[in-house]
Design a protein around this ligand. Structure first.
Ligand code: PHB
Length: 390
């Protein structure tokens, strides 16, 4: 029985390989499964990622490695409890060649598990879950964005160097919030600071009032926060309305990205660390921003860049295997050697397939996250627990 099951599995795998090879040889369409949030607090992030991805494909004439791209879309609603079913739809029902997704770390971990079990290519264009390029790392899983640890760690160093000693953190209680604060705390306490209180609320709740009252009473020197999307808009507005703006400086990651139109003056002056900023002014970024604005009548943000770079990573891998996605080892080898010419500045992927990249210190001026300096040069995620390639 066991032998039979193994034989059937092996035959199924061989058939998948054969199908992929034939499809590539015939120049058939390449199916990209976009699993992103199109509703809920992260909806604008999902849309920006898709826009960025499509922009790069359009710039290549709609084809990568000679294959036209066909998209299949799933709204994952940033809902971890539906994630396994959603990703299985793409893999088993739609037979996609590659999955691109997602934003939410909890959903991304379920996707990584399925990708690992089935060998399907997965490119993560946002979710920072440390495990995706840590304990769950795999030869067929890549990330075009960051690990939650990276911007947090960089900010811990920045605030430590400023001589700040006493910080309260506030975030959503799930992997992204926990790990962003974890990275921050690691560097900040190494520099001699102390996180005196870690405040949390469940994702995606926005009832901040009681926690803001607690911050006002605790009177820390500064606050470190991770929120994003619709929740970040409300948090920054509520922080100002509670009278904390100008009294207790707010530092963070993602809290002012893709949100500045809605936050207005309440965001002015906020410092944050990230692998992108709105005024990098390198030629690659200028061309990207111009084309994005022309195509979508919108300003791009870090999420659009991550989508664009997910497509670049796919293009590099596909070129090396001439469009044959069954050649996983060759695909990975090409991506591992590549220098991705990103609007954020060129980056490479580490052995754990997470970007090794500069993390900028930025400050909000008007409607932009403007660069103040480089907070951490070529910062690599430690890839804790990743057993791949050393
Ligand atoms: C995450 O869940 O990993 C996440 C979500 C939104 C962000 C960044 C990270 O802006």
């Amino acid at each position: 029985m066991k032998f039979l099951r193994l034989t059937v599995l092996a035959a199924a795998a061989a058939l998948t390989t054969l199908t992929a090879t034939l499809a590539a040889a015939q120049g058939a369409k390449l199916k990209v499964g976009l699993m992103l949030p199109y509703t809920g607090t992260y909806a604008s992030l999902g849309n920006a990622i898709e826009n960025g991805f499509r922009l790069y494909v359009a710039e290549q004439g709609g084809k990568l490695a000679g294959r036209e791209i066909e998209f299949v879309k799933v709204d994952d609603e940033s809902e971890p409890s539906k994630a396994t079913d959603n990703v299985n739809k793409l893999v088993k029902r739609d037979n996609v060649d590659v999955i691109v997704g997602t934003v939410h770390s909890g959903v991304a971990m379920a996707m990584a598990k399925v990708a690992k079990d089935t060998g399907t290519l997965l490119i993560v264009p946002n979710a920072g879950a440390d495990a995706v390029t840590g304990s769950m790392c795999a030869p067929n899983i890549f990330r075009s964005s960051f690990s939650n640890w990276q911007p947090g760690y960089a900010m811990g160093e920045v605030m430590g160097k400023k001589g700040i000693k006493n910080v309260v953190t506030i975030t959503w209680k799930y992997a992204a919030g926990d790990e962003s604060v974890g990275g921050f705390k690691e560097a900040f306490e190494k520099a001699g600071g102390k996180v005196t209180r870690q405040l949390n609320l469940p994702f995606p709740n926005v009832e901040f009032q009681a926690l803001l009252t607690e911050i006002a009473a605790a009177k820390p020197e500064a606050v470190y926060t991770f929120f994003s999307g619709g929740g970040a808009v409300k948090f920054v507005k509520d922080y100002a309305a509670a009278g904390l703006k100008g009294k207790i400086p707010l530092y963070g990651a993602f809290v002012t990205d893709g949100t500045l139109e809605a936050q207005g003056a309440d965001a002015e002056g906020i410092f944050s660390t990230l692998h992108y900023a709105d005024d990098l002014n390198n030629p690659r970024d200028k061309a990207f921003r111009l084309n994005y604005a022309k195509t979508y009548k919108l300003q791009p943000d870090v999420f659009a860049v991550q989508g664009y770079d997910a497509a670049q990573i796919l293009a590099v891998g596909l070129a090396a295997v001439k469009g044959d996605t069954s050649k996983k080892a060759e695909f990975a080898a090409a991506v591992e050697k590549a220098r991705i010419d990103s609007p954020r500045g060129a980056f490479t992927l580490g052995k754990n397939h997470n970007p090794v990249q500069d993390i900028y210190l930025r400050q909000v001026v008007g409607k932009e996250n403007k660069v103040v300096g480089v907070a951490a040069k070529s910062l690599a995620d430690p890839g804790r627990g990743c057993k791949m390639g050393g």
